[in-house]
Design a protein around this ligand. Structure first.
Ligand code: BGC
Length: 758
């Protein structure tokens, strides 16, 4: 509907009708206005399947929903690093929504995985904002191509479940921009989600629902978001100020109480009616966008989507260890499948994203026909203690086989919406099982089902580790195909796996004190921290093995030197040097070795996944603009790329940089100067314009360059000059008068400073 059309309709609505439009009619629908022919729109969770509830509604995954298809959760889809594939998954979800009459699917969820403990990590994508934003963006692109909306969530800084409805995420400006906002920014700017869901928590003291800076200034003002903002279910804290801050739709509904507050505020003159009108317009714009683009031919083909879920799962598994090429297994080998999750995979997490799967494929279902494979349950996942009988049976089966595959991971009760994990360990009974099996079976492989890193005290005792994440309802088939080499694994870790929880940068501050959670590690989240600390990790960010090998050529740059207003293109050839087809995710990191600010060693600025036949070579190219080099400068409140050298590092993980090139970037932006008499002299020495003005005034001897042959004892003089310079660097300008010969007055210097400060 055109803007005019919408406005005409809104003009006909009563104040009460408009206020009611700003909250849900029920748990999953917007209000309809029958007398004006305004339809209601249904929304549903999300994000990795359709959780459409027909009857008993709830947002915690307690009651049933229609039978649907559970795709891999965010943790896994991120690991695929395959935008094209995730876009396809989005198209399927969009088609399902069209078939079911759902106008907006509530996801993707892109909150940064700050700590391995966050209860909803399985829904989230990455510790890196670029990965989160790109992969969520691909999903949004796919879903919305079917004229169904998305709701990127939870905006903002909902990085823990502990006290999620009251806690305040205390984050400095630069960290907010570079890490937490950035996870949303790329997806919002590029893919234009129809809606954004604000989170429950507060950001620097202000509830997300009431955060004008975030909901209006940043989201709409800077990023151009033109959809509506919906509250997380029950996140509205103070309806009228929330509306003014930019929160359009309250969900689920306040039973009319908050609508009444809006009406009264307009009547009293406390709230401008235009604010309400704008919110209604944003909501109806989306309602009609869906209504006018209904696809009556759409079908929810569950079996077809199951096959797609399998295809996605194949790329979300990450091969972490493959000593002596223990994988792939031979079809005829005698293999002991061990562990409950072989027969009943753990493939999704608990809470609002919980899907009522129409079928589930277990790895054991796919191999039991082979005749050479046995199954033993191994452990119970409702207790932490070892069940001796199950353990004994498992160890015996392993002893009699040529290889053992243990399906382990986190039980349902460990990972869910609503609470965080208490530690990073797997249940002790599973660790014990792995150790005991590995003691009798040298060819032991562990398959993991979990949404976030776990400690692996047994990692050195097993030959193979396959991280299957929470891979959706077809995960078993994908895992079986990878184990037997029918599929070559190609997932990469979208997060670092530290050795232990205590290594994680947020460890000291996570969950905070009471409702105050300080993000004191700043921008040093995940690999940004481990790399800076040169710390060993169990498995680094971006890591994942293949059954084949890849080689990289020397990269070529389109320019050696650019201005920050230009772009530079890097091209690199990747070759499959092994003997089977495979996919490699080429990663591009940017490092600013000469930066004057505290920055991570390297940051991911690009990735491309390529499929290569044996011997095949393909060229991958990356185009980098200012943003790839920039940090958030809190002086100008903007992105700033310092003039200087940058390294463009290409590799197959954050810890495996294979080739690099150097580019010089020249900044065209001017930072404001704040020179005073207290400014250390060194700062002025770094500023050519400042020196031009001050040098003639101050006649400081070490600044006078000696010509060759000028001195009698050149070496001694040089050292003296350097030492003097080093000492002077930290001296405030006012102090340098004692060293400056030439009778300059403070007044003259002040005038020069004023001129410089502009
Ligand atoms: C969750 C959201 C979800 C909503 C509706 C909330 O509890 O935080 O992610 O979309 O419920 O189910």
């Amino acid at each position: 509907m055109t803007r005019e059309g919408l406005r005409e309709r809104i003009a006909k609505m009563t104040l009460e009708e408009k206020a009611a439009m700003c909250s849900g009619a029920d748990f999953w629908h917007t209000e309809a206005v029958e007398r004006l022919g305004i339809p209601a729109m249904m929304v549903s969770d999300g994000p990795h399947g359709l959780r459409k509830q027909d009857q008993e509604a709830d947002n915690l995954g307690v009651n049933d929903s229609i039978r649907a298809v559970c795709f891999p959760a965010g943790c896994g889809t991120a690991a695929s690093f395959n935008r094209e594939l995730i876009r396809e998954m989005g198209e399927a979800l969009g088609e399902e929504c069209q078939a079911e009459g759902v106008g907006v699917i509530l996801g993707p969820a892109v909150n940064i995985k700050r700590s391995p403990l966050c209860g909803r990590n399985f829904e989230y994508y990455s510790e890196d904002p670029y990965v989160a934003s790109e992969m969520a963006g691909a999903l949004i692109c796919g879903i919305q191509s079917k004229n169904v909306g998305t709701s990127i969530k939870h905006f903002l800084a909902n990085n823990q479940e502990h006290r999620r409805m009251s806690s305040s995420s205390e984050i400095d400006e630069r960290t907010l921009r570079e890490i937490y906002l950035a996870a949303f920014e790329g997806a919002v700017r590029k893919q234009k989600p129809w809606t954004v869901m604000c989170s429950y928590n507060r950001i620097n003291g202000v509830y997300a629902a009431q955060n004008k800076e975030m909901l209006t200034d940043v989201l709409r003002g800077e990023w151009g978001f033109d959809g509506f903002v919906v509250s997380d279910w029950g996140a509205v804290n103070d309806r009228v100020p929330d509306l003014e801050a930019g929160l359009d739709l309250e969900m689920p509904s306040s039973g009319g109480v908050n609508d009444q507050l809006i009406v009264e505020a307009v009547r009293d003159g406390r709230l401008k009616e235009e604010v309400l009108d704008e919110a209604v317009e944003r909501i109806l714009n989306i309602v009609y966008r869906f209504e006018e683009n209904r696809d009556k031919t759409a079908v929810f083909d569950r079996d077809k989507d199951h096959e797609l879920a399998r295809k996605v799962a194949e790329e979300t598994c990450v091969l972490l260890k493959n000593e002596d090429g223990v994988l792939p297994l031979k079809e005829q080998a005698k293999v002991a499948f061990i562990g409950k999750y072989a027969a009943k995979p753990r493939y999704q997490g608990g809470g609002s994203s919980h899907i009522n799967s129409h079928k589930v494929t277990a790895a054991w279902d796919c191999v039991k026909g082979l005749g050479t494979v046995t199954y033993a349950e191994g452990f119970r996942d409702d207790v932490d203690e070892t069940d001796e009988a199950l353990l004994k049976e498992a160890v015996e089966s392993a002893e009699q086989a040529e290889a053992a595959v243990i399906f382990a991971g986190l039980p349902d009760a460990f990972e869910s919406e609503g609470f965080d994990r208490a530690h990073m360990r797997m249940p002790e009974c599973q660790n014990e099982l792995i150790r005991r099996v590995a003691a009798v079976q040298p060819n032991t492989i562990v398959v993991l089902h979990n949404g976030s890193p776990v400690e692996m005290p047994w990692a050195d005792q097993v030959k193979g580790i396959l991280e299957a994440y929470l891979g959706g309802q077809a995960v078993g088939a994908a895992v079986a195909d990878i184990l037997y080499g029918r599929v070559n694994p190609s997932g990469k870790l979208p997060e670092s796996f530290p050795y232990q929880l205590e290594d994680n940068p947020s460890y000291l501050y996570y969950q905070g004190e009471g409702d105050r959670v300080e993000y004191r590690e700043g921008v040093f989240v995940g690999y940004r921290y481990y790399d800076k600390k040169k710390m060993a990790v169990r498995f680094p960010f971006g890591f994942g093995l293949s059954y084949t090998t890849f080689a990289y050529s020397e990269p070529k740059l389109s320019a050696q030197r650019i201005k920050d207003t230009d772009t530079v293109t890097l091209r690199v050839d990747v070759t499959n040097t092994g003997d089977r087809a495979g996919k490699e995710t080429v990663q591009l990191y940017v490092s600013a070795p000469d930066s004057r600010v505290i920055r991570p060693v390297r940051e991911l600025r690009g990735f491309e996944k390529v499929e290569l036949a044996p011997g095949e070579t393909k060229m991958v190219s990356f185009v980098l603009d200012k943003r790839a080099f920039a940090y958030w400068n809190t002086d100008i409140h903007d992105w700033y790329a310092e003039s200087g050298r940058y390294l463009l590092q290409v590799g197959s993980s954050s810890r495996d940089i294979v080739v690099e090139q150097e580019v010089y970037v020249e900044s065209t932006a001017k930072l404001p100067r704040h020179y005073t008499m207290d400014t250390p002299f060194g700062d002025l020495m770094d500023d050519p314009e400042a020196m031009e003005l001050l040098k003639p005034l101050m006649k400081i001897d070490f600044l006078e360059k000696k010509e060759d042959g000028d001195t009698t004892d050149a070496a001694a003089e040089a050292i003296t000059a350097e030492m003097k310079e080093a000492m002077m660097k930290y001296m405030p300008l006012r102090g340098t008068f004692s060293f400056a010969s030439g009778g300059v007055t403070p007044q003259q210097v002040r005038e020069a400073l004023d001129k410089l400060n502009g």
